[in-house]
Design a protein around this ligand. Structure first.
Ligand SMILES: [Cu+2]
Length: 220
């Protein structure tokens, strides 16, 4: 799949990946379930006699074919996944952000710093100071962690990226609808991991500008 040059909506890309994984997963699960049931019933021990197949058997060709099929499935899934990631990451990197927010994860809270506007929001362990963003504008997140690996996750928007200590990952996201959403940490990071939540408020453009003017110290 060629990487598009214009800004594109890549929300459907992971649906496409999911649509390939799920039927394969169901197929493999069904195959093994049926095989285990058939083998268990057909070759079960009867009348205390050993079945003629109970000894050591080799079926090298069959095993080889089985390994090759599994390898092919894994190769196709890897290819599909890396293509999708490349497509989304490239489209994301090419977007010009209208707003940049530093997202700093730490045990067990999120810090949202609006560079150049003098605003710092800390989620706290109960998610009280939200991430506030404008709708339909590319928002760039500089994502990092102060201690261990955390996961910046907004389930309703199907957005998730790891926050790694020692590196800053740049990702761009368009919020396509206004409203309030909840976010959480998706990587187990210690005793209060489940409390590492945050709110997301997506505002219409004008309201967002007013919010910036009201909370910020002006351009810094
Ligand atoms: Cu965490």
């Amino acid at each position: 799949m060629p990487v598009p040059t214009a800004i594109v909506d890549t929300r459907h890309v992971y649906d496409w990946v999911f649509g390939i994984y799920v039927p394969i997963g169901i197929g493999v699960f069904g195959f093994f379930t049926v095989t285990i049931i058939v083998v268990t019933v057909r070759f079960r021990r009867r009348d205390g006699r050993r079945h003629r197949l109970a000894g050591h058997n080799e079926a090298n060709r069959l095993e080889l074919a089985y390994a090759v099929v599994l390898l092919c499935i894994a190769a196709v899934l890897l290819d599909v996944t890396f293509r999708a990631e490349h497509l989304v990451d490239t489209a994301s990197a090419r977007e010009r952000p209208a707003l940049t927010v530093d997202v700093i994860a730490s045990r067990w809270e999120w810090t949202f710093r609006y560079a150049g506007h003098g605003i710092t929001h800390v989620s706290g362990a109960v998610g009280d100071a939200p991430l506030v963003v404008p709708v339909d504008e590319p928002v760039r997140f500089n994502l990092t962690s102060r201690d261990v690996i955390h996961g910046f996750w907004i389930p309703q928007l199907a957005f998730k990226r790891d926050a790694m200590p020692g590196t800053v990952e740049r990702v761009t996201l368009d919020f396509d609808r206004t409203g309030s959403f909840s976010g959480a940490c998706s990587e187990y990071c210690g005793i209060f991991h489940s409390e590492m939540v945050f709110g997301v408020r997506v505002l219409p453009d004008r309201r967002f500008d007013r919010w910036l003017a009201r909370h910020g110290a002006g351009p810094v």
